[in-house]
Design a protein around this ligand. Structure first.
Ligand code: NAG
Ligand code: NAG
Length: 721
């Protein structure tokens, strides 16, 4: 073997060994089997092709925090675990589990004061644990060695499930002979059974004082897409603290289990391309001079004029902090957003029947949007020029584990135009000016059981931030005796669409609520509603009878900032800094720009909507309060909706010229269609945060156009050499 080849072989061997070492150390993690297969695949890819820029081979054991907002490191998580488990509360306990172990972020003022090179503010962990059936919130001082109980008041609900909770729940029904019996009677071999843990919400007494979950099952026989083969009507209520079966509801025995045929979506399981499907040649982005962004000290991303801190989070998915833009005019680094994240999701299904009414998920607070984010698939989830970041989280026993390649960062050029102008021949000026639009994308994708959510934070060089959510994955479907719509007298009574023989795609909504702590040139900001109103001209004033006028009003209190979008009463929504004006006297600001979205139509006092009340408006503005970050409440699981964004906002606190937080909810109505079977092509929507009088002029006036000589030329290769 040549020396270079040998060295490469050696490094692959070493990397593989290290990875196995890390994963084996955490092999008590219930889903560690899946990790092994991912790691194996990655190692093989490394041998076959030049490695992408960073297929994470980072060993996290020796990570240290560099920034006040850096997530807890492996060492810190281990320290928290040993401090907690030797605490009196835990020592004599029969049972305990860690539901959340994350950095307790230092006070905002402290973080803002901090400069690179300063010592870090003392590191603290915020722990949510359940001990013998009681939830505790604890603050753990990593340098002080102190463990304190945090009083969060009396809240209904439970913390986010652990991965172990979800896993255990899916197997618990098997302790019941009655369950086994009915599964067998429906013709499903127990070895082909796949079950899902389904949060059950809150509907009254039955869902109180016990941490419960509903389990429903599917047949995996002859398909990996078991979601398309529901054992309809069979619902098992499981107590997650005692692992007991509480109740079995066994309806729908007359509903056949849909066939496995045509449900597969894996590439390896596809037969030859259908004859008429024209293939597309491979496509990729080349950056001959390398990327233009850096990720410093693990979490600080710098690209074009942007700088921000990026971290994976078990509940939010990703958190963007301290987003700042360097003003091209004076080189000053200006604050835009202190913190932005997915705060909560709400996914109510629209079928009130026994096996379906409770399906009203809150994916962040119940399941952990970050916990559900699986490793991204290089080349397909993110382009070849992507950089990957791992999540380091705590398992239910408090031990750290690594979720590799959880987030990717890449520069994107989709052929869009940054700005342009051409002169027509009338002026005699031969002007053709156009600039390409290149952006920086931060991406994560959560697979909350069947459904996949892709969340992109896309930064533009002109200061705009676009937040995009894509929905893909597999529908949650319902079994039915029907195989054709001609068997149904009124299709509208199906609660959805017949997608395949015996399969109904049930109508549902998706709401994704974002927490956006805007700090436009400083923390004290105001929320301004700019209303476009029709004005009538006076008789004789003008040949026109009407025109539009923009009127501005500053929201003084929270209730004035509860916004429902209206097409025929249009507004712009600005977050401005009233204390800072442009050269011309306009207050500097950013506006939230909605795009295609949907609004909740359920009764406000429908039990799921009481819990999902944070979706009652598309926009809310609250005064900054570090205890108010999770729109559905700190304990979203099974809560009664008494503590969420809607109840906070009802306090009607003052928000003018104060540190304020903007909340935006992006919504989708989804009436499934046949194209969504057996897996959904991605559907996306977005909203933007756009500078409005933030800059003195077009901030990307000087960016150069593309020149042929600067661009890499890739020739089709005849052979690989
Ligand atoms: C139900 O079936 C599973 C899988 O075959 C088995 O492990 C379990 O013991 C059965 N439960 C009962 C109560 O028989
Ligand atoms: C901050 O939030 C907590 C939780 O909602 C609340 O109890 C407290 O009153 C809030 N503080 C202020 C000043 O609004």
């Amino acid at each position: 073997m040549e020396r270079r080849k040998f060295l490469r072989f050696l490094s692959i061997l070493l990397a593989t060994f290290l990875i196995f070492f890390i994963f084996n150390k955490n092999s008590d993690l219930p889903s560690s089997k899946n990790y092994h297969s991912v790691v194996n695949k990655a190692a093989v890819e490394l041998e076959l092709q030049p490695p992408p820029r960073k297929l994470t081979r980072h060993v996290h054991e020796s990570d240290v925090a560099h920034h006040p907002l850096d997530p807890l490191t492996v060492q810190e998580l281990n320290q928290v675990r040993s401090m907690i488990t030797s605490h009196v509360l835990f020592k004599g306990a029969k049972y305990y589990a860690f539901h959340s172990v994350v950095l307790e972020e230092p006070l905002k003022t402290r973080v803002i004061r901090w400069k690179e090179g300063d010592p870090l503010p003392s590191r603290k962990a915020s722990v949510i644990a359940r001990v013998d059936g009681v939830t505790h919130v604890l603050r753990v001082g990593l340098s002080s060695g102190r463990v304190e109980k945090v009083d969060v008041g009396k809240l209904s609900g439970y913390p986010t499930m652990t991965i172990e909770d979800m896993n255990t729940a899916t197997f618990t029904p098997l302790v019941s002979a009655e369950f086994n019996q009915t599964v067998k009677e429906r013709g499903v071999d127990l070895k082909d059974l796949a079950c899902l843990p389904i949060s059950l919400g809150w509907y009254g007494k039955k869902e109180e004082n016990r941490r419960l979950i509903k389990v429903q099952c599917y047949s995996m026989e002859d398909t990996a897409n078991f979601y398309m083969r529901p054992i309809e009507g069979l619902t098992v209520i499981v107590d997650m603290d005692t692992n007991q079966v509480v109740e079995i509801s066994d309806n729908g025995r007359d509903i056949p289990i849909p066939k496995a045929a045509n449900t597969e979506y894996r590439f390896s399981a596809q037969k030859k391309l259908r004859q008429k499907l024209k293939p597309i040649n491979p496509i990729s982005i080349e950056q001959s001079k390398g990327p233009s962004f850096t990720v410093e000290n693990g979490h600080m991303v710098k690209w074009a004029n942007w700088e921000f801190h990026l971290k994976p989070d078990p509940r939010a998915g990703v958190i963007i902090s301290r987003a700042m833009f360097r003003d091209p005019d004076n080189g000053e680094l200006r604050n835009v957003m202190y913190k932005g994240m997915t705060s909560e999701l709400f996914v109510p299904y629209m079928d009130p029947s026994d096996a379906w009414y409770f399906k009203t998920y809150m994916d962040a607070g119940e399941y952990g949007f970050g916990l559900e984010a699986m490793p991204l698939d290089p080349l397909n989830d993110c382009p070849r020029n992507a950089y990957y970041m791992d999540g380091v989280f705590a398992a239910g026993d408090g031990r750290p584990y690594v979720r590799s390649n959880m987030v990717c960062v890449f520069e994107s050029y989709t052929g869009d135009i940054g700005w342009r102008h051409s002169e027509s021949p009338i002026t005699g000026l031969e002007i053709r000016e156009a600039r390409p639009k290149v952006t920086l994308v931060v991406r994560m994708a959560a697979s909350v059981a069947n459904y996949d959510y892709i969340v992109d934070w896309e930064f533009q060089s002109d200061g705009l931030i676009k937040i995009k959510v894509g929905l893909s994955g597999i529908l949650m479907v319902k079994g039915t005796p029907y195989t054709n719509t001609n068997q149904v007298s009124n299709q509208e009574d199906l609660y959805g669409t017949l997608l395949s023989e015996n399969v109904i795609g049930v109508i549902h909504d998706h709401y994704i609520t974002f927490y956006l702590d805007m700090d436009v040139d400083g923390s004290d900001n105001s929320f301004v509603k700019v209303n476009l109103q029709r004005q009538q001209t006076s008789p004789g004033e003008s040949p026109r009878t009407s025109y539009l006028k923009a009127t501005r009003s500053v929201a003084k209190t929270e209730k004035e900032a509860q916004i429902k979008l209206k097409l025929y009463d249009p507004y712009e929504f600005h977050v401005v800094n009233p204390n800072k004006k442009t050269r011309l006297g306009n207050p500097v600001g950013y506006k939230v720009v909605p795009a295609g979205t949907a609004a909740i139509l359920l009764d406000h006092d429908d039990p799921p909507q009481r819990r999902g009340a944070f979706t009652n408006n598309q926009i809310w503005v609250t005064p900054y309060n570090r205890s108010e970050e999770w729109a559905g409440g700190l304990f979203a699981y099974q809560n009664q909706g008494e503590d969420n964004l809607a109840t906070w906002s009802e306090r009607d606190r003052e928000i003018e010229n104060k540190d304020i937080v903007l909340w935006y909810t992006l919504g989708f109505h989804h009436i499934p269609c046949q194209e969504d079977f057996p897996i959904m092509p991605t559907v996306s929507s977005s909203f933007s945060l756009k500078p409005v009088n933030f800059f003195e002029r077009n901030p990307i006036l000087e960016i150069p156009p593309n020149f042929e000589k600067d661009l890499p030329v890739c020739q089709p290769a005849t052979s690989t050499s």
